[in-house]
Design a protein around this ligand. Structure first.
Ligand code: SF4
Ligand code: SF4
Length: 132
């Protein structure tokens, strides 16, 4: 009985020693790195003077949550581009299908996971915000 009690205490004290802690002082002191395949906030990939996206509508088509809105337009060179591109993160399930479907690798998912906001409207990420 005393032996088991001592063993339990030892496990507790062991975790208090430096280097043995299983918790981190997030967010003030430490932020753990995310895994390479972690699916966080989306990012539209820029390309020279514009975004890489060619407004092909594949990502809104495959999106199971139907949270991507794309409206296409044509620039002066006759190239298609998204006049409107937005993602409603309140509906997104971070499945990554949009990234897989994109034929020109114009959208990717970053390691950003701190997505808290005060207003519902702020969860709709528009093109300029996604290009950052
Ligand atoms: S991660 Fe999935 S749910 Fe979110 S926008 Fe992309 S396809 Fe839609
Ligand atoms: S992000 Fe890719 S899949 Fe989505 S509309 Fe643009 S080019 Fe098409």
């Amino acid at each position: 009985m005393i032996k088991e009690f001592a063993q339990g205490l030892w496990i507790t004290f062991k975790h208090m020693l430096p280097g043995n802690s299983t918790t981190v002082q997030y967010p003030r002191v430490e932020r753990l790195p995310t895994a390479e395949r972690f699916r966080g906030l989306h990012r539209l990939v820029p390309a020279q003077d514009r975004e890489k996206c060619v407004a092909c509508y594949l990502c809104p088509t495959v999106c199971p949550a139907k949270c991507i809105t794309v409206e296409s337009g044509e620039n002066e060179k006759g190239e298609k581009y998204p006049v409107v591109y937005k993602i409603d993160l309140l509906r997104c399930i971070f499945c990554g299908y949009c990234v897989e479907a994109c034929p020109v690798e114009a959208i990717e998912m970053t390691g950003e996971y701190e997505l808290a906001n005060y207003s519902r409207d702020d969860f709709t990420y528009e093109k300029q915000r996604l290009l950052r």
